[in-house]
Design a binder for this molecule. Structure first.
Ligand code: HEM
Length: 118
């Protein structure tokens, strides 16, 4: 069968999914304030590389650690869930099979502790 990386549409699909997620975040009043003044092109590139990397794709994430890049931001449990909600919506839009969606979410879950500060 297809790998999770393939089911996400490889690098191109992952880039489109992350773009869709960030677009939805941009319209979400609950969390958009965290992104004020942020270089969103850079964040898009880095999250794309990171997702590609964690699902075993041919990418190497060399950006900041999740702890350093989210330090002092005050990301709450609810904020984290809101972003994940947008990621799921983006994967749905791109017709990623639910089992592959869940495998990506499971691969990101360990980052929770480094991102959320409450
Ligand atoms: C699984 C969840 C998340 C992942 C995988 C993730 C991943 C990343 C990555 C890879 C970067 C770029 C790091 C770098 O510059 O090298 C980043 C930056 C950032 N993230 Fe997240 N993030 C997550 C959750 C969140 C949440 C919930 C928020 C706020 C609601 C958030 C807000 C930000 C902001 C504002 C930046 C830009 C920081 C800056 O450039 O100053 N992230 N994130």
């Amino acid at each position: 069968g297809e790998s999770v990386y393939q089911q996400l549409g490889e690098k191109e699909g992952i880039s489109a999914i992350v773009e869709e997620m960030l677009y939805r975040v941009g319209g979400d009043e609950r969390i958009v304030h965290h992104f004020d003044g942020v270089d969103i092109v850079h964040v898009h590139e880095q999250i794309t590389l990171q997702v590609c990397d964690v699902v075993g794709g041919p990418c190497e994430y060399k950006g900041e650690t999740m702890q350093v890049s989210h330090e002092g931001m005050g990301v709450t449990h609810a904020d984290f869930n809101a972003l994940v909600e947008h990621l799921i919506a983006a994967m749905e839009k791109h017709e990623v099979p639910v089992a592959a969606q869940n495998q990506l979410l499971a691969a990101l879950a360990p980052m929770y502790e480094d991102i959320v500060q409450e």
